[in-house]
Design a protein around this ligand. Structure first.
Ligand SMILES: Nc1ncnc2c1ncn2[C@@H]1O[C@H](COP(=O)(O)OP(=O)(O)OP(=O)(O)O)[C@@H](O)[C@H]1O
Length: 297
């Protein structure tokens, strides 16, 4: 299968400050690839290089087989990009802005514009100035998808969108993907990446830790288990193998767990519980207790 994005040993320093170091990965045609890492990990830096908005210090990247440094213009024509921060000419109306930006790609498809605005419940008659952060994001989404790009690059796209709008937005991305578009989806929220993506690249402190299939990530995923006891527990339960980051107080016990969930329940069965919560650990916890341990970072 053809790769739409190919990144090799990409490094970017902002003066002395580390942006990214030796990042390599590729994204195949038709794939929805998650690019995940905490704030400051280097996601935006990587994306900005792909779009030739900044230059790499060393290494290289190709999009559609074209060189990111030499062919930025040609690459950008066929990319829909939603930056993490959207800035607009505040004085314009939404419709004017969308028509104006779409005109760079040729004829403006008004039917598609209205369709996207309707799905995202975006009022085309409002002034940009009067829009909330979430509504400005919607403008960016419509703008990014309007010209039916064959590569969609989303940098932290869901900030400010309520759950319903997130769902609608994911629906649009899936629709474009079914049509053949490749998607690079950057985020620091693991569950949303899990919902949408088939593979994910994990970046931290400028370095790519690994690339994983979402399926295998789920199989090895940690759960976070929090228990509240009805009474003070004199001795703490013996926890099964696979439990880590244990935090105890007389009436509470919390731990991360990876392994056979039955074993975890057996070990706590004899205690009288007031409440039990099982949740997905957040990204930092996963980094600390999963990737952190194995990779020594
Ligand atoms: N213009 C700049 N000048 C100096 N350092 C920068 C600049 N832009 C980014 N950096 C640094 O590069 C590193 C990577 O930042 P980047 O914005 O790429 O991360 P990110 O993963 O996109 O995080 P976020 O979600 O916070 O945007 C950070 O340490 C950041 O401080």
């Amino acid at each position: 299968m053809k790769n739409v994005i190919e990144i090799e040993n990409l490094t970017k320093y902002y003066g002395k400050a580390r942006g990214i170091v030796d990042v390599s990965f590729s994204v195949a045609e038709g794939e929805i690839f998650g690019f995940i890492g905490p704030n400051g990990a280097g996601k935006s830096t990587t994306i900005r290089i792909l779009l030739n908005l900044i230059y790499p210090t060393s290494g290289g990247a190709r999009v559609f087989g074209r060189d990111c440094v030499k062919d930025g213009y040609e690459i950008r024509r066929d990319v829909g990009y939603l930056p993490s921060e959207v800035f607009y000419y505040d004085d314009m109306k939404v419709l004017e802005l969308l028509k104006y930006s779409a005109s760079f790609y040729g004829r403006v498809d008004m039917q598609r514009l209205r369709y996207l605005a309707e799905v995202m419940e975006l009022d085309l008659g409002r002034k940009i100035d009067d829009l909330s952060y979430g509504n400005k994001k919607k403008v960016g989404i419509v703008q990014g998808l309007l010209h039916r790009p064959s590569l969609i690059i989303l940098d932290e796209p869901t900030g400010g969108l309520d759950p319903l709008m997130q769902q609608r937005f994911f629906g649009l991305i899936r629709e474009e993907n079914r049509r053949g578009a490749t998607v690079l989806f950057s985020s620091h929220i693991l569950p949303e990446v899990q919902k949408l993506c088939s593979r994910v690249g994990i970046i931290r402190e400028g370095k790519m830790l690994r690339v994983e299939e979402i399926g295998s990530m789920r199989d090895t995923a940690y759960k976070k288990i929090r228990l509240e006891f009805r009474e003070e527990v004199p001795e703490a339960p013996e926890l099964p193998e696979g439990a880590g980051d244990v935090q105890r107080s007389p009436r509470e016990l919390a731990f991360l767990f990876r392994g056979d969930i039955n074993e975890a329940f057996k070990s706590i069965a004899r205690f009288d519980l007031r409440n039990a919560v099982i949740e997905e650990p957040d990204l930092e916890e996963i980094f600390l207790h999963y990737y952190g341990g194995e990779d020594g970072v």
